[in-house]
Design a protein around this ligand. Structure first.
Ligand code: PGA
Ligand code: ZN
Length: 422
């Protein structure tokens, strides 16, 4: 059994240039691992609390030196000497040290940094790739597979340039494609889309996570662009790929209605429902993430009842990877899929409990990045090792997204090798 010899956190920057927490753990075996924590922009109001210094004289108040200090002086000493494979026990110690429902005392960023580093240390101590370690430790699924990738090619909302309201316009390869073919599709469409934008003289700069942010009259026009791009590619729309959206609808909700450019008056929930039906019929939009705001349970239930048989109704900020909210959504049949973001809840153990719960309800699981990412590729291993059906790492450009796609390539190659007989 290996034991944790040291834990050290420091402040680094995420892909937006905002500070975040990085944690190094070293073992008596000589293994050294490093994990870092992402951060969202369109955060759910029920997420665990990310601790920021709020010291306006430094990093515009966004510093995380207090969270770093909480790791170095409180959480680290509590886990030193422990077996890094005892993830559940260690996470329990971290949760208890904080003692608040939202992890607001020590910060979910401090707690998650340690939790994720411990996971990497556990895998290293057994000499296993992380996805294999997770697979063997938790047995969430029976076989290892690469999830279907969701490529967000056009960005709007809080990730965009204030021109489109929908946060992500996504291209999703058909499930018959293996990962190599899927990545080829993602890359081909991303680059064809750039050509289409240039040919139209449209602005082809990119948003917060690297998707294009063209100037268009309305959100529906973005689908027209994606259809045109598909026609200019070797792929057939509705056969090789379909479309999806992350509406991040809470960000569109003002005074009881949803404000979108596609109509002069804001949408009621019922009108937004109609909009989704139209998107599905016209553009094969079979993936709807956060279609309504986080407290509009009755609209979620109605949408799942009416479109859920054919469409993924995905709770992200509705559920915030939180067991109680997922239990409520299962009981109320409010969705049929979940976006998993470890930093919404703050420990790996709680994240895995939620994945198991969602799977037990027959839901599909989407392993998701945040808009503020680091070059840590751990979520690729989490996606495979914990049996996600989909993964959402953003568009296939920019280092902090590409590092995850490249890690999937490595895992895909590993899994394609003949496996030794058991
Ligand atoms: P966020 O958005 O990381 O900015 O919260 C990502 C998402 O909503 O899926
Ligand atoms: Zn989302």
């Amino acid at each position: 059994m290996a034991s944790i010899q040291g834990v050290y956190a420091r402040e680094i920057l995420d892909s937006r240039g905002y500070p975040t927490v990085e944690c190094t753990v070293w073992l008596d075996t000589g293994h050294v691992v490093v994990a870092s924590v992402p951060s969202g922009t369109s955060k759910g109001k029920y997420e665990a609390t990310e601790l920021r210094d709020n010291d306006s004289s430094r990093m515009l108040g966004r510093g995380v030196l207090q969270a770093v200090s909480n790791v170095n002086t409180i959480l680290g000493p509590l886990v030193i000497g422990r077996d890094p494979t005892a993830q559940a026990d260690i996470d329990q110690i971290l949760i208890q040290a904080d003692g608040t429902p939202q992890k607001s005392k020590l910060g979910s960023n401090a707690i998650l940094a340690v939790s994720l580093a411990v996971c990497k240390a556990g895998a290293a101590s057994l000499g296993l790739p992380i996805y294999q370690y997770l697979f063997q430790q938790y047995r969430v699924v029976e076989n290892l597979n690469i999830p279907t990738c969701i490529y967000s090619l056009i960005n709007g909302g809080e990730h965009g340039a204030d021109n489109l309201d929908i946060q992500e316009f996504q291209v999703i390869p058909a499930s018959y494609m293996d990962y190599a073919s899927s990545l080829n599709l993602g890359i081909t469409l991303y680059q064809k889309l750039e050509e289409v934008l240039i040919s139209k003289g449209a602005i082809h700069s990119v948003g917060l996570v690297g998707g294009f942010t063209p100037n268009l009259y309305n959100n529906t026009d973005a689908f027209e662009l994606l259809v045109e791009t598909t026609k200019a590619s070797p792929y057939t729309f509705a056969q090789d790929l379909f479309f999806g959206v992350d509406m991040a609808a809470s960000a569109l909700f003002e005074a009881g209605r949803y404000v979108l450019k596609d109509k002069s008056q804001p949408y009621s929930s019922a009108e937004l429902f109609e909009f989704y039906t139209k998107l599905r019929n016209l553009y094969q939009v079979f993936y709807l993430e956060d279609p309504f705001q986080d407290d509009d349970w009755s609209s979620w239930k109605q949408l799942t009842a009416e479109l859920g048989a054919t469409t993924a109704i995905v709770g992200d900020s509705l559920l915030v990877t939180n067991k109680e909210r997922v239990e409520k959504a299962i009981a109320e049949r409010a969705c049929n899929a979940i976006a998993i973001k470890p930093n919404e809840i703050g420990t790996l153990t709680e994240t895995i409990e939620v994945i198991k719960l969602a799977k037990s309800a027959g839901w599909q699981v989407v392993m998701s990045h945040r808009s503020g990412e680091t070059n840590d590729d751990l979520i690729a291993d989490l996606a495979v090792g914990l049996g996600a059906d989909y993964c959402k790492f953003g568009p296939p450009n920019r280092g902090e997204r590409v590092v995850k796609y490249n890690r999937l390539l490595q895992i895909f190659q590993d899994l394609s090798q003949p496996q030794p007989a058991a």
